[in-house]
Design a protein around this ligand. Sequence first.
Ligand code: C5P
Length: 229
Amino acid sequence: ALPRDLEGRRVVVSAGGTAEPLDPVRTLGNRSSGRQGYALARVAAQRGAHVTLVAGSTADLAPPAAVDLVRVRTTEEMRTAVLDAGKGAEVVVMAAAVADFRPLDVAGFKIKKTDAEPEAIRLTRNPDILRELVAEQVPGRLVVGFAAETGDAEHDVLSFGRAKLARKGCDLLVVNAVGAGGDGRHSAFEGSDNEGWLLGADGSSTPLPMGSKAALAARVWDAVGARLS
Ligand code: C5P
């Protein structure tokens, strides 16, 4: 039987990618499938938590049973939904692939193809939701970040992760060792398996062996559960 160590805990999980409009019909987005975030939400609900799943663009996934699903598109929408649901939560896990930049100007009408050279798209920085969560300094609330890193040397991936944990200020960071498949197809994004390390702000580092995204989710919740007061 599954542990019920998250019984009654309120948790928020973000999943999938954000997509930023360029005009009414086009967006800039990414290939996140949302599978890892969905697995985290499903496992937390199975272990007794009240889960709000804030989902951006995803593959065609069945929503986990017994979670509150909030669908968002842009980073700004995800920010509002996560900060809002995060107010009453004891744990927030940012598994979403949030777009770092968005187009500075959003055309009100579909951008037309002409014989002239296309204009360059100017970008502006998006808010960093994870850092905003950490900056809120809610006492007792755990904030978990994700980092997808490429790099064959284990050492590099871990030191990138350690630096990111310090920069973001979160309590735990899941470092995803995504394969360097240039077309993205052989990476952890779209597959059903995942591996990496779980780094703690206390300096701890736990390997997350290759396995299903549900298995990785279970290990993340084990670590979170052990840290909840
Ligand atoms: O900075 P980087 O994108 O590598 O960090 C990844 C972590 O930060 C993930 O947990 C992601 O959900 C979160 N993030 C965020 N807002 C952003 C960019 C990333 O919350 N604008």
